[in-house]
Design a protein around this ligand. Structure first.
Ligand code: PEP
Length: 251
């Protein structure tokens, strides 16, 4: 049985006060919710205050939106897995489409970050997904397969148990255009097939695959009803206690 997992990616939003209010408000709003893993991913500078505002045994975990693969040294501006652990981060997003397409991260770099997270004991959420022109050129499977194979290179089946995959069609992120549940299911099933091919049927049956791309309270039930959709990675709707807690409850 795969336990649903919903995470909010706050991106470059909030301020120090709102970040803490949002996290603690969410924790309160979902205090009675059981059977779902929940995480919030604030900007680096608010990770520590958000983590401190949450109860240690509460049901909201903290994740980072990015990480660097080296553990320390002359890497100006970068943040290591050790630093993330030091501020109680248990998840990290790797390969988000904004890092791939705005910042220019390669599959190779994303793979290094994913491996570094696993080696440090932080659970990576590895994002994959096609651009609009790639979908229109019928290249969705090809792109997702490449991102999966390259992103997971060198990762053992045992380590894979700590990895979440987030399928986020780039054309659906922040655009208000959600993939239909059929489009999401098709790719999620394909992703599970690639995992079976790379690892085993058991690994494929157990891996958590989130959908991301304009997920909101209104479409949560339909997306979550898909056989291979195990959770959501949420941007915009994760910035309000009301909408995100509603999604957690539906999930
Ligand atoms: C995201 O940033 O990962 C995302 C899915 O954003 P949104 O929900 O706003 O489309």
């Amino acid at each position: 049985m795969r336990k649903p997992f919903i995470a909010a990616n706050w991106k470059m939003n909030t301020d120090s006060q709102y970040a803490v209010e949002l996290a603690s408000g969410l924790e309160k709003a979902i205090a009675d919710v059981k059977g779902v893993n929940v995480a919030v991913c604030p900007p680096f500078v608010y990770l520590q205050s958000v983590a401190k505002s949450l109860s240690v045994d509460g049901n909201v975990a903290v994740g980072s939106q990015d990480v660097y693969f080296e553990s320390n040294g002359a890497f100006t501006g970068e943040i290591s897995c050790e630093m993330l652990k030091d501020v109680c981060c248990s998840y990290v997003i790797t390969g988000h489409s904004e890092r791939r397409h705005v910042i220019g991260e390669s599959d190779e770099l994303i793979n290094k970050k994913t491996i570094a997270a696993l080696e440090a004991g932080i659970k990576p959420i590895l994002c994959i997904g096609e651009l609009l022109e790639e979908r229109e050129a019928d290249k969705t499977s090809q792109v997702c397969e490449r991102q999966l194979r390259e992103g997971l290179k060198g990762i053992s089946e045992e380590q894979l148990a700590e990895v979440t995959i987030a399928y986020e069609p780039v054309w659906a992120i922040g655009t208000g255009k959600t993939a239909t549940s059929q489009q999401a299911q098709e790719v999620h099933e394909f992703v599970r097939g690639v995992i079976a091919d790379l690892y085993s049927k058991n690994a494929a049956d157990n891996i958590i695959i989130q959908y991301g791309g304009s997920a909101k309270p209104k479409n949560t039930k339909e997306l979550m009803s898909c056989k291979d959709v195990d959770g959501l990675l949420v941007g915009g709707a994760g910035l309000k206690v009301d909408s995100f807690s509603e999604m957690v409850k539906i999930t």
